[in-house]
Ligand binder design. Structure first.
Ligand code: TXA
Ligand code: MG
Length: 323
């Protein structure tokens, strides 16, 4: 049985108690719902991998209520401190060397000398992390390879019965996962475009390579497996026209003639489109399949702002599936 907890004091206290006891609790963040466990507890972390059916070589992000807590587990350099100051709490994950004597489990870090840390935005999320009092490891709260969850209902669809509870703080505001930036090398390296845009990062880091330029050669981050966010219907990108047998993921004015439409943003705004992306993929997939449609056709998304993160998720939703 998976408990559904309200985002009030009692719900937050119950969620923290479950986490401290080694349980699995999904919780909302500004990006997507995370599947949380005590990051210092190997058994609890192992349960995340089992519940998601996630490959164990893929390390997890640890979540903290503030930068001070995050830097007890990760060694910040000067740039990390400036980025934390500017973007935390918010959708930025920093990959940094692990603190000697840190408490994060080797399983959460997948045995790497580095660790991914983030301070999510949102009063409920911060209250939960504070009440738990330990780093909370949390990948997106979906079965591995499937579409990420942007509300508690999505979490239940995939994980009901596999996890102890979901703390329901409503739909996620940003809608795509955090930007992952590796600061362990000589220059900052983008591992995943996400909720903090490249343009915003560049104000602090200077120019960062554009992910669309080299997305296909990016699997430096162990989690960047090609097929991901995969609906059951095949996905076609950059559609210029659409057939009656297709479900259209529209952006801006809709192409005519589709069998089914979800418009990410009629006004063509990438922030709105990001917030509606995963719900749209889920809708077109289930409703499209029910109506016997053959594929999802996605209209072009601009390469700017959150458009980069959307393009990255769509490209992976469209890539060949493992047999
Ligand atoms: O927005 C988010 O980041 C959400 C919410 C729940 O916080 N979490 C999330 O986690 O998307 P997950 O596990 O789905 O993605 C974590 C990404 C993976 O691509 C993983 O490979 C990478 O971060 N990562 C984690 N630790 C790493 C490390 N030490 N070195 C390089 N990449 C790492
Ligand atoms: Mg994920």
């Amino acid at each position: 049985m998976t408990e559904r907890l309200e985002a009030n004091d009692a719900g937050i206290a119950r969620a923290a108690e479950l986490l401290r006891a080694g349980g699995l609790v999904a919780f909302g963040t500004e990006t997507v719902y995370g599947l949380g466990a005590d990051a210092t507890n190997d058994t609890a972390v192992a349960r995340i991998f089992a519940a998601k059916e996630r490959p164990r070589f893929n390390p997890l992000i640890s979540h903290f209520p503030d930068a001070e807590a995050a830097f007890t587990e990760a060694v910040p350099n000067e740039l990390a401190r400036r980025l934390a100051e500017r973007f935390w709490p918010g959708p930025l994950t920093l990959v940094l060397p692990r603190q000697p004597g840190g408490t994060i489990s080797d399983l959460a870090a997948a045995g790497l000398p580095s660790v991914a840390v983030r301070v999510p935005r949102g009063a409920v999320t911060a209250a939960l992390l504070r009440a738990t009092g330990r780093p909370v490891a949390a990948p997106s709260a979906n079965l591995s390879g499937k579409v990420s969850p942007s509300d508690a209902y999505h979490v239940m669809r995939g994980l009901n019965g596999r996890i102890d509870a979901v703390l329901d703080s409503g739909p996620c505001q940003v809608g795509v996962e955090s930007t992952v930036l590796d600061l362990t090398g000589t220059a900052p390296m983008l591992l995943r475009p996400g909720g903090v845009t490249i343009e915003a990062l560049a104000e602090i880091c200077g120019p960062i390579s554009h992910p669309d330029d080299y997305a296909d050669t990016l699997p430096v981050s162990p989690g960047r497996m090609e097929s991901h966010y995969a609906p059951s219907l095949p996905v076609r990108l950059d559609a210029q026209e659409v057939g009656a047998d297709e479900a259209l993921l529209a952006f801006g004015p809709e192409l005519p003639g589709a069998g089914l439409v979800w418009n990410l943003s009629p006004s063509g705004t990438v922030d709105e489109a990001a917030a509606r992306l995963f719900a749209g993929l889920r809708f077109l997939d289930s409703e499209g399949a029910r109506r016997g449609l053959t594929r999802i056709a996605a209209m072009p998304i601009p390469r700017a702002g959150l458009g980069l993160a959307i393009r990255d998720r769509l490209r992976r939703a469209a890539s060949p599936r493992p047999a």
